[in-house]
Design a protein around this ligand. Structure first.
Ligand SMILES: [Zn+2]
Length: 488
């Protein structure tokens, strides 16, 4: 069996190298790999089919998880009356700067009696509606979710990471006890961890946010944080426990077992199309993106190689003889018959990060084999077509775990343990990554870290870790073990 490594040939042209300029690389690959584009409406993106198919794969995986544990999908209104939005003071204070309003409607653009907010998130309208369906403890829990898009009037935009409209799921659940709601928020965080690690192959830190980073109106916020290849952290999903805060504002109560009225305990949680950005920034290289097989719209691309019509017919018959086997094995593949040179096709699919490429020429047809090229290692190996579907299925599983291992190694290579604020400031002057340290919990000191270390924030609090040392800022005995990072 011949095995060699394809040289780092520059098939891919006209894309800024990741190593030269990460931000430009990101925008270049997102647009040239046809994931998304700007739309002409300022700050609003269009997700193109290749990017949307990745989001659909994430959607299916997560939807299966929540259905399995009894959650139900709903569809709630896009527009929220101003009065609803104003009820939870802390919540609206957090969102007010980003809310877009509908104030006029109709042919004459008549002024509406009450302005309607385009939902930035739906806690307020769901709270106002769900109370109708909750009378007794027997009506609980109510485990709702909806797949939709929301609008937040951002001033700075970045494809997938920050745009005025994005697509997501928002789960909202209502429970008869605090413990049950706390457990729900934990359960969902576990699902988010699985989406990040098992599906997107991005290892994450999971834990609690500090009070200053907690969602407006929440008692606590849980998060999963990945490390991108520019050593910046990215928040990949959050799950919030509200206690009775929202139930109080929207009067969502039930009669408990003692037949007394009690306010519900609630949660909310979301992941968004930002995760497509996460897989781009978490795995890419100078040649483009690398798509984890489990969410790859195309897992295997077949590039036929021929000189003339006769050669083409021969290669086509050969491919037809085994492509059914790939389909049967559940391998998502496509044959690239476009009228382009093979080298250009290699570049195209490399940029788009398809995990495996099969080069197939007339000589391969004679030998009953194909040449398989791995997007991650660039190794080339000849593979017999007998049993090809099964072989590729295994190769893709292996690719998925190699991609995770690579990201895990990157994360550990860029994780540090520091003890003083001076060390932290010096570290972030020319490096990134996760810096583990200990903190006493003082909010002013947290603000000081941010100010002195160039925007560094506490990404997660590791609640399971034992704290033994001193606070990184004040030197008093610490309360929390925390991971610091610069983040998107
Ligand atoms: Zn301190």
């Amino acid at each position: 069996m011949k095995q060699e490594t394809e040289e780092q040939q520059d098939f891919v042209k006209e894309v800024t190298k990741m190593s030269d300029d990460f931000d430009r690389w990101y925008t270049d690959v997102v647009r040239k790999a046809e994931l998304a584009d700007w739309s002409g409406v300022r700050g609003m993106m269009v997700v193109r089919p290749y990017g949307w198919a990745m989001w659909e794969a994430i959607q299916r995986a997560f939807d299966d998880m929540i259905k399995e544990s009894g959650h139900e999908n709903w569809a709630f209104p896009l527009l929220i009356p101003r009065g609803y939005l104003m009820k939870e003071a802390e919540h609206i204070e957090g969102f007010a700067p980003e809310v877009a309003w509908v104030t006029k409607a109709g042919g004459q653009m008549e002024e509406l009696d009450e302005p309607l907010a385009v939902r930035p998130t739906s806690e307020t309208i769901i709270g106002a509606i769900i109370r109708r369906y909750i009378q007794s403890h027997r009506d609980l829990p109510k485990l709702t979710n909806q797949w939709n898009s929301v609008v937040r009037w951002e001033m700075r935009s970045r494809l997938f990471l920050r745009s005025r409209e994005f697509w997501w799921q928002e789960g909202h659940t209502f429970h008869a006890s605090a413990q049950e709601a706390i457990d729900e928020a934990d359960l969902i965080l576990g699902y988010y961890r699985s989406i990040a690690e098992d599906w997107l192959a991005v290892p994450v830190l999971a834990g609690k946010k500090s009070p200053s980073e907690t969602f407006p109106g929440a008692v606590h916020t849980l998060t999963v944080e990945g490390l991108m290849r520019d050593q910046l952290a990215l928040q990949m999903g959050t799950s919030h426990y509200f206690g009775q805060n929202f139930a109080r504002a929207y009067d969502i109560s039930f009669s408990n077992r003692e037949n007394e009225r009690e306010l519900c305990y609630s949660t909310s949680w979301g992941i968004s199309t930002r995760l497509v950005g996460a897989l781009v920034m978490g795995h890419g290289d100078d040649s483009g993106i690398i798509v984890p097989p489990r969410v790859a719209p195309i897992q295997v691309i077949v590039v036929p190689i021929f000189r003339d019509d006769e050669g083409q017919a021969k290669v086509r018959r050969f491919i037809d003889s085994w492509s059914g086997d790939l389909k049967h094995s559940g391998v998502r593949h496509r044959v690239d018959w476009r009228d382009e040179r093979p080298g250009d096709k290699y570049a195209h699919w490399e940029l788009k990060g398809v995990p495996l490429r099969l080069n197939v020429g007339a000589r391969d047809a004679d030998a009953g084999q194909v040449e398989m090229v791995d997007r991650l290692t660039r190794q080339k190996v000849s593979v017999p077509v007998a049993g090809l579907g099964e072989r590729l299925r295994k190769e893709l599983e292996d690719f998925q775990s190699r991609l995770f291992d690579r990201a895990m190694k990157f994360q550990s290579d860029h994780s540090y343990e520091l003890r003083t604020l001076d060390e932290v400031v010096a570290h972030f002057r020319d490096r990134g990554g996760f810096v583990w340290t200990e903190w006493c919990g003082d909010a002013d000191e947290e603000a000081r870290i941010k100010a002195e270390a160039g925007g560094v924030t506490i990404r997660v609090i590791d609640e399971k870790a034992k704290v033994t040392g001193k606070c990184v800022v004040c030197g008093r005995p610490s309360t929390y073990r925390v991971a610091l990072a610069k983040a998107y």
